[in-house]
Write a protein that binds this ligand. Structure first.
Ligand SMILES: [Mn+2]
Length: 325
């Protein structure tokens, strides 16, 4: 399926709902908000379906206030739902049980389950917003115009690129990523300000939590794996039970000699696992052992009905095999 097919479906539809994966990150949100703006520009009735609320550090984006957690399922008359940056149906931040219209699935996760009527999955895209950008251009938005509309769209896409590439340092970055980024900067976005909004904006308690995690950091499997853990009582102590902690994991990966970083977080639903790799260890395969997924260098999963200790030993066992140690 091509971008043109998606455009045709959009033009045919009357009312469009947009959604993404639960606990949406910068890419999920940037992809959806940029497309939302473009759809309204071309006169389409479009809205956000999300059980999640916009994270604080992304609330500088235009239309972000519409991600308020109040629209959980498609409104009546919705004939198209576009889901972005979400690999499987269970992870969609929307309840589509009663919805019988069309779904378009736009994503870059290799593990995507192709649950849509149209599936546009490009694992070579560093961020789903790369696809969003191509689609928005196809819809006729002229970025040379440089009005506030194009700049707002550009900001959202740039945010996605930065957050999904670790500020252009991960191996998923391609020539196209930089070409798109350069076009967005050409438009006049303040790239340094966007970076600051995203990363120099942390809650004091979050930094204290990082301190806790770092002082309990361990190395395993010939010192090639950094293991970090967040027990539930610590999250409660810092009042961070529902906050995003995925950024903590990159600190573990910064250790000399470490190839894989693991973060285990005790949550209501079970032990949430994040995995990052800076070598050729495919952490997605390990996440898949526990029903998770993601990318080869960044993946996640959930282990139910186990405690932190047990989840950790399960994971290290699977990693040991994958790393052939
Ligand atoms: Mn993404």
């Amino acid at each position: 399926m091509s971008i043109k097919n998606i455009k045709e479906e959009i033009l045919k539809s009357k009312k469009i709902g947009l959604s993404f994966h639960t606990s949406p990150d910068g890419d999920a949100i940037g992809s959806v908000l940029s497309l939302l703006k473009a759809l309204r520009r071309i006169g389409k009735e479009a809205y956000i379906i999300s059980r999640d609320v916009i994270p604080d550090n992304l609330s500088f984006l235009s239309l972000s206030e519409e991600i308020d957690g109040n629209t959980l399922e498609p409104d009546s008359n919705t004939d198209l739902v576009i889901v972005m940056d979400c690999g499987n149906v269970e992870r969609i931040s929307a309840n589509l049980d009663k919805y019988s219209g069309k779904i378009i699935n736009i994503d870059h996760h290799l593990s995507n389950e192709e649950y849509g009527f149209i599936n546009y999955v490009d694992p070579t895209a560093a961020a789903t917003a790369e696809i969003s950008y191509l689609l928005i251009k196809e819809l006729g938005i002229d970025f040379n115009k440089k009005t506030p509309l194009e700049i707002d769209i550009a900001k959202a896409i740039y945010t996605s690129l930065i957050t999904d590439t670790g500020s252009f340092r991960h191996s998923n970055v391609t020539k196209r990523t930089h070409i798109i980024a350069s076009e967005l900067i050409e438009l006049g976005i303040d790239n340094s300000k966007i970076h600051s909004n995203l990363f120099d904006n942390r809650d004091f308690n979050k930094i204290k939590l990082m301190g806790y995690v770092l002082s309990n950091l361990e190395l395993a499997l010939e010192n090639k794996v950094a293991v970090m853990q967040i027990p539930k009582n610590i999250l409660e102590e810092f009042d961070l039970v529902n906050s995003d902690t995925s950024d903590i994991i990159s600190i573990g990966l910064g250790i000399k000699g470490v190839e894989v970083a693991l973060l285990l977080k005790d949550s209501e639903k079970g032990i949430k696992i994040s995995l990052r790799s800076k070598s050729d260890v495919d952490v997605r395969k390990v996440a898949e052992c526990y029903g998770g997924g993601g990318h080869t260098k960044a993946a996640g999963a959930l282990q139910k009905d186990v405690d932190l200790e047990c989840a950790k030993s399960n994971l290290l066992k699977a990693l040991k095999e994958e790393m052939k140690l």
